[in-house]
Design a protein around this ligand. Structure first.
Ligand code: 8Y4
Length: 263
């Protein structure tokens, strides 16, 4: 899954909708590089980020979703708002990726159910504004698994088929480095929920903290290592900024794990 953020700070080439045009081009490049899914988001969920008006979020992401879906891409919409989910699916999104696991708005479960979309349920402790303020758990893996199990049941009660649900431990969302490492190392415990597991580690701050505090654009090597470790533990989908590099790492890692039986 390739990440496309549609934000006003993305470079402008002076076109009529420069942010959308640039985002569509990045999505197309990721598809050419081997992405199976493009995740389109308009709101920053970085630690400390303020929330965005849903109408503004919708106007950013819908044109990008429409263009990439028209190309035949499988598109996921990264949103916590029911109204944006409806517009995104109408524009061709087939997956709703909600970092609040469809809990942020009372209408989200019903909206996702009636849209027919697949859903990604992510664990987050607190909200993006406060989540990194000293997060604590007795047993992070057990607590994340129990939360996701509860959200799966809420989805099923709302009419979302189990076969359309994936889960995600929410790396970096209300977690310390120790919590993040424990979740990746024990991803097998989330597999027991019976749904595909999505993992987002790309360029996140725990990579810098495990290394030399590199800034996000210098975290590719650690991102690849974490993605492969997650895949080794059962991740079915990895959410990444660097699609070509992740494809290369995965191709080589798979070939050597298989022992070169093709030679
Ligand atoms: C540098 C680059 C530092 C990126 C931080 C970040 C996930 C997600 C995000 C995830 C799912 C992010 C929308 C955070 N992370 N959705 N979204 N899983 N399902 N931060 O892990 O990329 S945004």
């Amino acid at each position: 899954m390739g990440v496309v953020n549609v934000t006003p700070d993305s470079f402008s080439d002076g076109g009529e909708t420069p942010d959308a045009e640039a985002a569509i081009a990045r999505g197309r490049a990721m598809l050419a590089a081997g992405a199976d899914i493009i995740d389109v988001g308009g709101e920053s969920t970085r630690p400390g980020a303020a929330s965005l008006d849903p109408a503004e979020e919708q106007s950013r992401i819908v044109p990008v979703i429409r263009a990439l879906a028209a190309d035949g891409a499988v598109v996921s919409a990264d949103t916590r708002h029911a109204a944006v989910m409806a517009a995104a699916v109408a524009a061709g999104a087939r997956i709703v990726n909600d970092v609040s696991a469809l809990s942020a708005e009372p209408g989200s479960l019903a909206q996702a159910a009636q849209s027919g979309a697949h859903v990604i349920l992510m664990h987050m402790k607190g909200d993006p504004r406060t989540m990194q303020d000293d997060p604590r758990y007795d047993d992070v893996v057990a607590e994340v698994a129990a939360y996701l199990a509860e959200r799966i049941e809420a989805c099923v009660r709302a009419g979302i088929p189990r076969a359309k649900i994936a889960v995600d431990p929410g790396i970096g969302f209300g977690k310390t480095v120790t919590h993040n490492v424990a979740l990746i190392a024990n991803l097998g415990r989330l597999k027991e929920l019976g749904c595909p597991v999505v993992l987002g580690v790309s360029r996140k701050s725990f990579i810098g903290k495990l290394s030399r505090n590199e800034p996000p654009q210098e975290r590719l090597a650690g991102s690849l290592a974490a993605a492969l470790a997650g895949i080794a533990r059962g991740a079915d989908i990895v959410r990444v900024h660097d699609v070509a590099e992740t494809r290369q790492a995965l191709a080589v890692w798979r070939a050597v794990l298989e022992g070169g039986r093709g030679s």
